[in-house]
Ligand binder design. Sequence first.
Ligand code: SER
Length: 646
Amino acid sequence: MTINEIRTKYLAFFEKRGHTIIPSAPIVPQNDPTTLFTGSGMQPLITYLLGAPHPKGNRLVNSQKSFRAEDIEEVGDNRHTTFFEMLGNWSLGDYFKKEQLPFFFEFLTSEIGLDPKNLYVTAFIGDEKNNVPQDTESAGIWKELFGSKGIDAEIVAIGSEADGYRLGMQGGRIFYYEARKNWWSRAGVPENMPTGEPGGPDSEVFYDFGTPHNPAFGAECHPNCDCGRFLEIGNSVFMEYVKMPDKSFALLPQKNVDFGGGLERIAAAAQGNPDVFAIDVFTDIIGLLIHFSGKEYTDSRYQRSFRIVADHVRAAVFMLVDGVRPSNTERGYVLRRLLRRAAQHAQKLGVEHGEGKNSMLVKCAVNFIEKYKQAYTELGSEDVYQMISDEIWKEEKQFAHTLEAGMREFEKVAKAGHISSDDAFVLFTTYGFPFEMTLEIAHERGIDVDEDGFATAMKKHRELSRAGSEQKFKGGLADTSEKTTRLHTAHHLLLKALQMVLGPTVKQRGSNITQERLRIDFSHGAKMTKEQIAEVEKIVNEKIREELPMIRSTLPKDEAEKLGAEHEFGAKYPDMVSVYSLGPISATVDDPQFDKAFSIEFCGGPHVSNTSELQGPSTGSGQAPFKIQKEEAVAAGIRRIKAVLQ
Ligand code: SER
């Protein structure tokens, strides 16, 4: 079964069950500066999971283009890819466990034709500390579902992954695991979730390929074992909890289902081959690479490189079509890294090197475009085809120059018979020579590399460059004491409140913050009335009580401007800016339900992480901490406010 067939079947299956098919959101999040890439189908839907009504109803289904940068290093084994399609179905306060689990079971067994004997499932063991009970309901539903196929499914308790390696299968088919395995939120386990974040217990389905257990991973095999016997193919999250400011968990106003299934992995299960690179979308590309390199895919010296080229080029195609271009920052840097790693591994395979349209990477990209353009019509135009080919070739050419210069430097330093951390660091930061290549070539020649020293140098480098960029941002505070930090956040609330009360023409014209008070100068033509001042104070205090999260992100200046981020009139900003947003931002911009942050500002920080911190120790819960002390004129059309947090 091809992935196009599986995707079509999935969408049709859920459409028949009352779901509306929604398009995949772009791989570049539209209005969520908290993350560089869309990494799951639920991400663009967060406001709806929190309760906003979705214009398309409360049963949704799609296949979402997803990218997980954290998996780059993992690519090369038989299951990890950076880009993948996540099949998703959602119930926004509609159906719950007893519909969701049978839906997915029926889809896998009847539509895809998987033998239920090869399916194993997990459920949440419960968490006393957070008052979340064991998910006996899901376990019971699974027992019945397997029973309907004549399988007597035993329920066994495992706990942690380590327990799994100790206890093994125990004749079970339904397994209870702890939160690390069977709880899902964007932030992971309950303890890591920020206030206001939704999450819940989940139930995963694993496909058993029947390969022998590899004890290198642990004594006994169990569904969450990483030896390769089991592959997770789908996850039903029962998203009914939200984290409260006192760190407890409350029920959301609605019980949601957030299902995500790996399309490529389901395809691998459908053909009974645990290698996701053996599915139809990859086989032609790997065939091309075999043809042009003369190497065998099954050759263990090269298999990793085949997979890396195939994975990285596919991810690059989807990034390029959604507007990412190779650069040295943020998303552009990730794309550059993908293309350069792909080029490096194509070189390792020894593929014949063509130019322009004949470059190996461009040939692979064109093949992917052909495979995906029906499902993702944005790939279908001649312009896009041209752009993708050009961008990839441009990057390859540039990388080739970089490598030449880097190689010359490498030869120089390698004469010492040892590559010091300083040498490796200079090769990487000054010459753009990938550390991986330094390692590889050094190993081939039997030369030592100071890997730990390089890692330490890189860590220091990252910290320094972060501090450096904060200095550059206008509004960065020299004084980072707790008092000024709290006032700084109050300053953002105040600017927004002024705009709400006096109108959007209010712009910041200057500011100054000490430990005692904040001061803001802003454009406004008249003295504020007592009522206006009271109204502004009321809004700020309300927002403090609402305990809004403060989220920092770094983005290109024009993107921040598009988000409507406030900046000081006349100030100059670098190409990459730090942006602080207060309150939830999510969904897509052109969506009528778009739930904007309360305030977004270009700002170097620092800030508190939640406005609840402005309440301070001396103010009881009922008291209003924010107070305007003075409102006066400083120049024609410019007013000044001094305010404090009591
Ligand atoms: N959000 C869940 C996941 O990413 C299910 O869609 O696994």
